[in-house]
Design a protein around this ligand. Structure first.
Ligand code: UDP
Ligand code: MG
Length: 223
């Protein structure tokens, strides 16, 4: 179940437990999401952009859940990581810089990422956007707001224990240059240092909806 979170207290799972419970049923997720969209006054006839940021550590399930949201609600899914990988594959002028940054688990300069997202948003007929894996830092967030002149309506956060994220990334086998133990460790550090402040910022603004990935046990450990 999505839960509105308004402060960093108990925001992030600290459990290292390997006991993983099943996520809440998907129907519950969609019910909450529909309710939230209705609360924000979105309808299929509305052309005002409706922006949802989807955040969470590496392997927390952002892409998988976005695909479901797209199927159910017809959002346009923009994965920042996929846009960057597409840029590498297209041999663009930024390709090698992006590749090296991703290999190191660091964050690509905001100007590059925001430009890629902007291009996709401006060329889309859809007005409901799911921006997956962005913003990853306060600098990313501020650049997006400045360049796009917009803020997200809702921010979703998949709160997954580190141990589970590592397990998932190592077993997903997508041939990614950054899905190895060494880079994952760096990505987790970057997530904690740079992405959590963004998550906290949106929590304090009352825009953050958190979904614990390992339900009961993690919640108990947090109390
Ligand atoms: N990345 C970035 N800025 C973004 C999104 C991704 O710099 O806005 C880079 C960063 O190096 C990250 C990598 O792309 O570690 C992979 O991101 P993605 O979201 O695809 O991976 P995930 O964290 O979901 O496994
Ligand atoms: Mg992803």
């Amino acid at each position: 179940m999505w839960r509105l979170v308004t402060s960093l207290t108990a925001l992030v799972s600290t459990s290292k437990s390997s006991t993983l419970n099943q996520p809440a049923s998907t129907s519950k997720i969609w019910k909450s999401f529909t309710t939230e969209m209705a609360r924000h006054g979105i309808s299929s006839h509305d052309c005002t952009p409706f922006i949802t940021f989807v955040l969470g550590g590496p392997g927390s399930g952002k892409g998988t859940q976005c695909a479901k949201i797209v199927d159910t609600f017809g959002f346009k899914h923009l994965s920042a990581g996929d846009l960057l990988r597409r840029e590498i594959a297209s041999n663009s002028e930024y390709g090698s810089t992006i590749l090296n940054t991703i290999k190191e688990g660091r964050i690509v300069p905001s100007a590059v990422t925001v430009k890629l997202i902007q291009r996709e948003m401006e060329s889309s007929d859809n007005h409901k956007f799911l921006i997956d894996g962005f913003p990853r830092s306060e600098e990313n967030r501020i650049a997006f707001e400045r360049i796009m002149g917009a803020e997200p309506n809702i921010v979703l956060f998949f709160d997954c224990p580190e141990e589970e994220m590592v397990k998932r990334v190592l077993s997903r086998n997508q041939g990614r240059v950054d899905d190895n133990l060494d880079t994952i460790k760096k990505r987790l550090k970057v997530f904690e240092a740079l992405n959590l402040p963004v998550i906290n910022y949106y929590a304090e603004k009352g825009k953050l909806y958190k979904k614990p990935i390992c339900a009961d046990q993690c919640i108990r450990n947090r109390r």
